[in-house]
Design a protein. Structure first.
Length: 296
């Protein structure tokens, strides 16, 4: 009789465990979009005000890399630009003397023309006066062309320096470490007073306000899943109880794959499964890598 009771209890226990294993349609792990933020400049990290687990806002300045050398280069290039621009000629001032000479030549031509009309001067004198005007005009044109060439050359030189200045300003801006992604710091790779280089990781961040459960469905469950469908998501609250969340299917794989070894599906006999992503609003308890279950 005792043996029969023991056997019955064992059977009920196994049945209960079997029901617990099969009460969910699929299981998987939580993941989030993780972004590795790297340095955009090389040098000594002067400040880096972040800690793992800290919540950061987009656009928040969290530190900067030493900029002394860049600042000195900026001042040097600005001085060079001012020196180049100071050499640009003032075309009006440079040709003022010739313009005055031209004005006098025209007056002389007009005076001689009046004398020719009064038979007090010869035609040759008038022709010489006209020729003098043409000569002065050509001298003015030649000087304006020369001064224009000099101005253009100096402008090109200044533009090249302006491009260098823009590069320095861009490097100065990138020396300021600005967080571009809202989220929580997952991993910190660098500390203040350490040397860094362009492209070297500083920290990893992920937005945990909404987290994704990647679960796997068998072929017969695949037909039930639709993008936008609401499902129940369960995670372990303690050894015997679950905490539930509402989730939304946001992606369904169109290719079958072999069941991952760490995932237990409803039908353990199925070798091929389909991955789905379920978006869940995080209350702060869900973590990356945590296991979760879903039920339609």
């Amino acid at each position: 009789m005792r043996t029969l009771i023991t056997t019955t209890i064992a059977a009920l226990t196994l049945a209960s465990c079997g029901n617990k294993d099969n009460q969910f349609d699929a299981s998987g792990t939580f993941e989030a979009v993780e972004t590795i933020v790297s340095a955009e400049a090389s040098g000594l990290i002067k400040t880096l005000n972040i800690e793992e687990g800290q919540q950061l806002q987009a656009g928040q300045t969290i530190g900067y890399i030493d900029t002394v050398q860049l600042s000195l280069q900026k001042r040097q290039i600005e001085a060079q630009i001012n020196a180049v621009l100071s050499r640009k000629p003032n075309i009006a001032a440079e040709t003022a003397a010739l313009q005055e000479e031209l004005r006098h030549a025209r007056q002389e031509q007009q005076r001689i023309a009046n004398l020719v009309k009064a038979d007090a001067a010869t035609q040759k004198q008038l022709d010489d006066a006209t020729s003098q005007i043409n000569v002065i005009r050509k001298r003015i044109t030649a000087q304006q062309t020369s001064l224009g060439t000099t101005t253009s050359s100096l402008s090109d030189e200044a533009q090249a320096l302006q491009a260098q200045l823009a590069q320095i300003k861009d490097q100065l801006a990138k020396s300021e470490i600005v967080n571009d992604v809202e989220g929580s710091v997952i991993t910190k790779y660098a500390e203040a007073n350490e040397m860094t280089a362009m492209g070297k990781p500083l920290y990893k961040i992920a937005n945990m306000t909404t987290i994704t459960l990647r679960a796997y469905l068998t072929g017969d469950q695949f037909a039930k899943a639709k993008i936008g469908q609401k499902v129940k998501v369960f995670v372990d609250a303690d050894a015997e109880n679950y905490k539930s969340y509402e989730g939304t299917i946001e992606w369904i794989s169109d290719k079958a794959e072999f069941t991952p070894k760490t995932i237990q599906t409803k039908d353990e006999r199925a070798n091929l499964v389909y991955a789905v992503k379920v978006k869940v609003k995080n209350d702060g308890l869900l973590k990356i890598g945590m296991y979760g279950e879903i039920k339609f």
